[in-house]
Design a binder for this molecule. Structure first.
Ligand SMILES: *Cc1c(COP(=O)(O)O)cnc(C)c1O
Length: 372
């Protein structure tokens, strides 16, 4: 047994037990990875490329984040012409960095851009910029199993002018934030039956600023009632489950798992897809079908409702311990299958298993085209 392990075998003083060590080379301003949370600390660089109509994309530049300023008269600020992605880089057990499902995130960015009349973010350029954001800030990526570097590619109209039209000048910028391993804490959700986040034919299937603008008040209303977040319902009848904040929903019954269909009003989550795939691999039946609040109540009364949970890149997977709405409340008992699924998803994302290797793309920070 090593000296280090012997040290740890005795009772630890309370302060040492509460505060994990700082990794070697960890940036000075940051707390240890376990205290980062999500989105509070921004890495210093922005990787930026400009698109000018008729000229196409410029080569990417590596800038200080503060220099990627946006004019107030831009269509991004005035009209919400802005789409984004959120994906994570992790270190595998050997310490080497990889991106999780980068190709799928870039494909979705292209679909979001098309819906908002923004120029096509070329996949090769986009991938290169994401890799640059990781390679040039490798010290901001927590050690294996201690967190991730969340990457936020954003495409937005920068040209100034107040007429509403397709802009002629856009920017693609990748910024990053180091974050803790998601705690997977249970959340209590309130089903919002008045406000609407996305309607058929609208922007619900695009990852765009407007969807968040539409949802903030609902989240605040849920919090005022003592819940953690809103659960969004369909726009017509306010009856069918949509999604929660930035997470897709799953319902675990005694003999199958259900998730709302991709009807254009919810985002096609990459984590949703990973979870469906992993559940089916494990022998579960997964149905994508409309799920009404009354269905959930009936299943709860019949004792068939085992679990409710949300999934997304930022939060990974969190149980929903209570779902409330006017005159009703659901408290699913929770299930061991969900706990196992969360562990399996974490192992696949972080590269602790060799399975699903095609979902992980190594970032070779030493390759000539990523070095300064
Ligand atoms: C990003 C996002 C999700 C989760 O998608 P992932 O690809 O799993 O991260 C779900 N809903 C909304 C509205 C989102 O913006």
């Amino acid at each position: 047994m090593s000296a280090l392990m012997q040290d740890r075998s005795g009772p630890l003083p309370p302060s040492a037990a509460a505060k994990p060590e700082r990794p070697a080379g960890w940036p000075a301003p940051l707390p240890e990875p376990e205290a980062l949370g999500f989105g509070a600390w921004l890495a210093p660089l922005a990787i930026v490329a400009t698109h000018v109509e008729g000229q196409g994309w410029s080569p990417p530049q590596v800038l200080a984040r503060a220099n990627a300023a946006l004019p107030v008269a831009s269509a991004a600020v005035q009209y919400g012409l802005s789409v984004f992605e959120g994906l994570k880089a992790y270190r595998g057990p050997d310490g080497r960095p990889h991106l999780f499902r980068a190709r799928e995130h870039i494909a979705r960015l292209r679909r979001s851009a098309a819906r908002l009349c923004l120029p096509d973010p070329e996949p090769a350029l986009c991938l290169h910029m994401i890799e640059l954001a990781v390679a040039r800030q490798l010290d901001w990526l927590p050690p294996p199993a201690r967190g991730s570097l969340y990457l936020r590619p954003t495409l937005y109209a920068v040209e100034e002018g107040l007429g509403l039209r397709r802009a002629r000048e856009h920017r693609l910028a990748v910024v990053a934030t180091p974050c803790s391993v998601p705690a997977g804490q249970a959340r209590r959700l309130w089903a919002e039956t008045e406000l609407v986040r996305a309607a058929p034919g609208g922007l619900g299937a695009a990852k765009t600023a407007a969807n968040y603008a539409a949802s903030l008040l609902g989240a605040e209303r849920a919090k005022a009632r003592g819940y953690d977040d809103a659960l969004w319902l369909d726009a017509r009848e306010h009856r069918y489950l949509g999604e929660a904040g930035a997470a897709n929903l799953f319902v675990m019954l005694d003999d199958r798992v259900l998730t709302p269909p991709l009807d254009g009003c919810i985002l096609a989550g990459i984590t949703r897809d990973s979870v469906i795939t992993l559940l089916r691999e494990d022998g579960h039946r997964v149905d994508e079908r409309p799920i009404a609040l009354d269905d959930l109540l009936r299943w709860q009364e019949q004792g068939r409702l085992l679990d409710l949970f949300g999934v997304g890149t930022a939060a990974r997977l969190f149980p929903i311990s209570e779902l409330g709405w006017e005159g009703a409340s659901l408290r699913p008992p929770g299930s061991e299958q969900r706990t196992r699924l969360a562990q399996r998803l974490a192992a696949v994302q972080e590269g602790e298993t060799r399975d699903w290797a095609a979902w992980r793309r190594p970032v070779d920070a030493e390759s000539p085209d990523l070095r300064a």
